[in-house]
Design a binder for this molecule. Structure first.
Ligand code: ISE
Length: 330
């Protein structure tokens, strides 16, 4: 009972997932690929024997041998693609964001709630990173006492073409939104964005979160740092602190100097996390379960990002309104 997966979106992420499902994940096969660009869909489908190519995502969902869907298309089309998958009762792994705003995230949440069971996982892959898991375990064990502060750094060498200031929140800090909620098991209740300097320089920016458990979080977001890809997190707790992401796997000493390397992008830093994420999603889908971040997490992230974009534009502290958590996501 191999899981037949339709991959929607043949861009960088879609192509990466097709390669991963085909080469490194057991128990799954890529049954269909869809992309609005029919040529691009075909080129990617051709890398997997017997894989069908479509330009219409719905046709891919109805394609022979499709049992599950991996959505790696642009955020604005996620809603209709998720709803189409839910109509067919298919398990979904949807790259972040779940949808670009709260209203559409709520429509997905209501559609899934109407089914009465969870089908959709959101691609917040940091939850599958070994270092983040270690930090989470330590915080859960409680030996350091209650977490009071999290200091996070998120640096990219340079952003993708067309990257906007709002995307620093919706595309980049969206990851911290999820890791903070997951690490602390708390909801984020307010966002403030501070920027250094006066005019001209847009970054780095400092994003501040307050949580319903009384913790405070600062996130440095610097998408044009030029020197490397860095994702770091330090938890300051009542009786100690713990920090991950320093990347000191190897330190060299030579000719009177010491040093190491900084990875240049997320594919080097999080390759293992992506593998583990997709492997666990496939295993859960074969058991008809969702074990990863779900639609509630996608909705909460959308709500925090919406507040964050407003905080960024206005300089104000913006509260995050959330609906009550439905029982399905308890
Ligand atoms: C990108 O979409 C990611 O997911 C990366 O992890 C993040 O570092 C980058 O800033 C985003 O644009």
């Amino acid at each position: 009972d191999v899981l037949g997966v339709a991959v929607i979106g043949a861009g960088r992420m879609g192509a990466d997932h097709v390669r991963r499902l085909h080469r490194t994940i057991r128990g799954a096969r890529v049954a269909a690929v869809a992309d609005v660009d029919a040529e691009r869909a075909k080129r990617l489908a051709d890398t997997v024997p017997g894989c069908a190519a479509h330009s219409d995502p719905e046709a891919a969902l109805s394609s022979a041998g499709v049992d599950a869907v991996l959505i790696a298309s642009p955020g604005p089309v996620h809603e209709e693609q998720i709803l189409a998958a839910l109509e067919r009762g298919l398990p979904v792994l949807c790259e972040k964001p779940l949808t670009p705003d709260t209203a559409s995230a709520l429509r997905v949440l209501r559609a899934e709630s109407a089914l009465g069971r969870r089908r959709v996982q959101v691609g917040f892959m940091r939850r599958y990173d070994a270092e983040f898991r270690r930090l989470k375990r330590l915080l859960d064990e409680g030996e350091l006492g209650r977490p009071r502060l999290l200091h996070c750094r998120h640096r990219n060498v340079t952003p993708a073409p067309g990257f906007t200031e709002a995307m620093m929140i919706t595309d980049s800090v969206a990851h911290e939104v999820d890791t903070v909620r997951w690490l602390l098991r708390q909801e984020i209740t307010a966002v403030t964005v501070l920027r250094p300097g006066t005019g001209g320089v847009d970054e780095p920016q400092l994003v501040l979160f307050e949580t319903d458990g009384g913790a405070v979080v600062d996130v440095e977001i610097f998408v044009n740092c030029g020197f490397g890809y860095q994702v770091q997190c330090e938890a300051v707790c009542a009786t100690g602190s713990a920090r991950i992401g320093d990347g000191h796997a190897m330190v060299t000493h030579s000719a009177g100097r010491w040093g190491g390397e900084i990875v240049q992008d997320w594919s080097a830093r999080f390759e293992d996390a992506y593998d583990r994420e997709v492997r666990e999603w496939v295993e859960a889908a074969r058991r008809d379960e969702v074990t990863g971040p779900d639609v509630w997490d996608g909705y909460a992230a959308a709500a925090v990002c919406e507040a964050g974009v407003r905080a960024q534009a206005t300089g104000e502290r913006v509260p995050v309104p959330l609906i009550g958590r439905p029982e399905l996501y308890g």
